[in-house]
Design a protein around this ligand. Structure first.
Ligand SMILES: [Zn+2]
Ligand SMILES: [Zn+2]
Length: 377
């Protein structure tokens, strides 16, 4: 069949909306009609060249972008037992096979299948199921490619959701909300009375703020250079705001009588090595730094005072998918939204059509959006 998709042909180019050819679903595959796709910063890393395949034979271009999304199942292949036509689904950029060592240990966010998501081909049989008008095989971001009117994905990359739910918030929980909320609740393990600093308050950080607040933090400090994001941050649970980590240093020192923050979460659009030292000094003795945002893949150098790090018994943790399981996190977060605990509608600053994708990403670069969302017909 044919569908329309936003394809990136190389670093520094614009997204090109074009018609692509798509296979029907084979064994273990599901065809989904897209409803909404979030403009997550991670796809911007494809465009800037921060994210690439280290194997030149396995170039990620051309590439259908998008890894945050929702839709309705319209066809299933042989052997698909968990989904039927008409089901509403969230995608998951971390597939969960349920069988590998990590899945079997309750760490589905580390599923072995997820390791291959920067490689070409279907997760099921490795074939290239998408081709562009020139007949060239297309890579799909995270084996999903949510910037397309239809998605052909492996069943392990989907999570079924309640049909009563609006599919826009469903799309948001599939990456940004789960990642941000989990960074605070699961990985930083925020507890009642904590002082928490969240650095970078976009689509991920806003949910780290919500998670910190829901976990009972006393002080939730939002750090972002954009005034608009600092204002929004107070809606998502921030008790204080600062425009930089430097400014936050004095603020947090005052709030904690010099003890400093229990937890610091780094969730800016791009994490760089020079952010670690200031995060370290914002963190109290024995405190925790969680690195959530993506760094350029080649980034190796980190500023860290090793003496202070050891002597003050601090820790730095990485996290993917909020250190949670997609099949647990997605329904749980949506149920919290239904109960009025979690704000999801408020995350959407602007919606776009697929053809407006470049405008949407420009708005993100201009700090105009908490989350921009493509909504399909
Ligand atoms: Zn994302
Ligand atoms: Zn697995």
């Amino acid at each position: 069949m044919k569908t329309r998709a936003a394809v990136l042909y190389g670093v520094g180019e614009e997204w090109k909306v074009t018609e692509v050819d798509l296979d029907g679903p084979k064994t273990g595959e599901v065809l989904v009609k897209s409803h909404a796709a979030g403009l997550c910063h991670s796809d911007e890393h494809l465009l800037t060249g921060d994210m690439f395949s280290s194997d030149p034979e396995n170039s990620i271009f051309p590439c259908i972008g998008g890894h945050e999304g929702s839709g309705v199942v319209i066809e299933v292949g042989d052997g698909v037992t968990d989904f039927e036509v008409g089901d509403h689904v969230a995608v998951s950029f971390v597939p969960a096979c349920g069988k590998c060592r990590w899945c079997a240990s309750g760490m589905q966010n580390l599923c072995d299948q997820g390791m291959g998501t920067l490689g070409r081909g279907m997760i099921t049989d490795g074939r290239s199921a998408h081709t562009d008008p020139d007949g060239e095989g297309i890579y799909c971001m995270a084996k999903l490619g949510t910037f397309a009117e239809h998605m052909l994905v492996g069943q392990d990359s989907l999570v079924k959701v309640d049909k009563d739910l609006d599919l826009i918030p469903v799309a948001l929980v599939s990456c940004g909300v789960a990642t941000g909320y989990g960074s605070a609740v699961n990985r930083a393990e925020v507890t009642a009375g904590d002082t928490v600093v969240v650095v970078g308050c976009g689509g991920i950080g806003s949910n780290a703020l919500q998670g910190a607040k829901l976990a009972g933090a006393k002080n939730v400090v939002a750090v972002d250079p954009a005034e608009f994001k600092r204002e929004k941050a107070t809606e998502f649970g921030a008790t204080h705001t600062a425009s930089s980590m430097e400014e936050a240093m004095e603020l947090v020192g005052g709030l904690t009588m010099g003890v400093m923050a229990d937890k610091v979460i780094l969730s800016p659009g791009v994490v760089t090595g020079d952010m670690i030292a200031p995060a370290q000094f914002l963190t109290r003795k024995g405190g925790t730094i969680v690195v959530t945002g993506l760094a350029p893949m080649a980034q190796m150098d980190v500023q860290l005072n090793l003496f202070e790090f050891a002597m003050m018994n601090k820790e730095i943790k990485g996290t993917i998918y909020g250190s949670d399981s997609p099949r647990k996190a997605v329904p749980q977060l949506l149920s919290m939204y239904q109960a009025g605990q979690l704000k999801l509608d408020e995350l959407v600053t602007q919606t776009y059509t697929l053809d407006q994708i470049n405008e949407g990403y420009q708005d993100m670069r201009d700090d105009k959006n908490i989350r921009g969302v493509i909504v399909f017909d």
